[in-house]
Design a protein around this ligand. Structure first.
Ligand SMILES: NC(=O)c1ccc[n+]([C@@H]2O[C@H](COP(=O)([O-])OP(=O)(O)OC[C@H]3O[C@@H](n4cnc5c(N)ncnc54)[C@H](O)[C@@H]3O)[C@@H](O)[C@H]2O)c1
Length: 371
């Protein structure tokens, strides 16, 4: 039986644009999806860039005007991988035209924008997804299962961070990631750390933030410099609604770190330790192990950790970053067919609210309740 088609429009063809295409291409080959996925039209800022991307990535059409995508009745799903400050206008236009929207994080510059986008999508009845790809890792699903099943006992503490060094060089130029509208390390990568914290330990109820700009000026790419107003690193102490305590960090000047999306969870009967740089491994410590034999044991990802087995029948062979995007796409396509949305705009709104509360708490130098 032929499946209905889901025709895709992609806006932006950089790092994440390509990752979305990997996801759309791989997901139907790994999962039994309810739709055929068709790469319909791709948009970038010039006709030449859009045409080149269409050829390279396999889209039938290209345009230098993203409005062509959101208004085209042939397109069902719009992927937004353009700079953060553009997400809101693009998503609202796509939602108004009845398209399902898959938007990269951070969802919007401000929580009020994210709320508007969320309410618009819910009122229009379209499905939405935000690119929190690290949550698609089968080892994170395992960590959550272990916490929920009580294998760690009562959770007392959480330490999470997302640290990289792509802005550590003061000569690295001003980009959209420094735009006060939606920029900064906390929004750019701290958003992932916050999403993981709540994915594992539930709602964060109070925060005490410290958001710092370490490099106050950057080259503007035109021979001059431009003042930087956003944070280079942010940390926050956390209290979870469960009573657990924690901390989280978003840091893009962590010299030497390439993908330290890491966490540790401490319970009364056990602990977990994880690093995204080795993301096919979850380390588990159990107080039930015999004295003198205790230590973190290394659990290698394998077919017992769904959906790993759909990618590879052998444990320890490892899945990669783009495979997480395929899992993310599969979740969204299934949601369009009626399954629950894994990480909808409402989740993006939640993360935006946490970011803003941490920033407000840093300015006030005081603990704050998360609204
Ligand atoms: N989920 C993740 O792990 C992850 C990783 C990296 C980036 N991101 C997010 O993805 C988004 C894009 O980041 P990136 O690293 O791919 O950036 P990038 O600079 O590599 O790509 C951005 C693309 O958008 C295009 N663009 C800019 N303005 C446009 C417009 N008006 N119309 C159409 N296209 C336009 C650019 O030409 C470029 O192709 C950001 O929101 C970022 O936060 C998410």
């Amino acid at each position: 039986m032929t499946k209905p088609r889901l025709r895709i429009g992609l806006i932006g063809t950089g790092f994440m644009g390509k990752a979305h295409v990997f996801g759309f291409t791989l997901a139907p080959r790994v999962f039994d999806l309810p739709y055929e996925l068709e790469l319909h039209t791709v948009a970038d800022i010039t006709p030449a860039a859009a045409e080149a991307a269409a050829r390279r990535l396999g889209f039938a059409h290209s345009t230098a005007n993203w409005h062509d995508i959101v208004t085209n009745p042939e397109i069902d799903l719009v992927s937004i991988t353009a700079p953060n400050a553009l997400h809101k206008d693009m998503a609202l236009a796509a939602i108004a035209a009845g398209k399902h929207v898959y938007c990269e994080k951070p969802l919007a510059p401000r929580a009020s924008d994210a709320l508007e986008m969320t309410l618009a999508a819910e009122a229009r009845g379209v499905k939405t997804q935000v690119g929190f790809n690290y949550l698609c890792n089968p080892m994170l699903a395992l960590a959550r299962q272990m916490i929920e099943a009580g294998e760690l006992g009562e959770i007392r503490g959480y330490r999470g961070l997302h640290a990289e060094d792509y802005m550590a060089d003061a000569a690295a130029p001003f980009t959209f990631r420094h735009d006060p509208a939606g920029g900064g390390a906390l929004a750019d990568i701290g958003s992932h750390a916050l999403a993981t914290a709540e994915f594992l330990c539930g709602p964060i109820s109070r925060v005490m933030g410290d958001c710092v700009t370490m490099i106050a000026e950057r080259p503007d790419g035109k021979g001059g410099t431009r003042r930087v107003e956003v944070d280079d690193l942010s940390r926050a102490f956390l209290r979870f609604a469960s009573g657990a305590t924690g901390s989280v960090e978003g840091n893009w000047i962590a010299t030497g770190r390439k993908m330290q999306h890491d966490f540790e969870v401490y319970g009364t009967r056990g602990a977990l330790a994880f690093s995204q740089e080795h993301f096919n491994v979850l380390n588990f410590f159990s107080t039930a192990d015999a004295r003198g034999r205790q230590g973190f044991r290394r659990i290698e990802a394998g077919p017992d950790h769904a959906p790993y087995g759909l990618f590879c029948v052998a444990a320890g062979h490892q899945i990669g970053f783009n495979d997480l995007k395929a899992i993310e796409v599969a979740g969204f396509v299934n949601a369009i067919a009626g399954a629950p949305e894994p990480f909808s705009f409402r989740k993006g709104l939640r993360i935006q609210t946490l970011i803003e509360t941490i920033q407000a708490s840093s300015r006030a130098q005081a603990w704050m309740d998360v609204p």
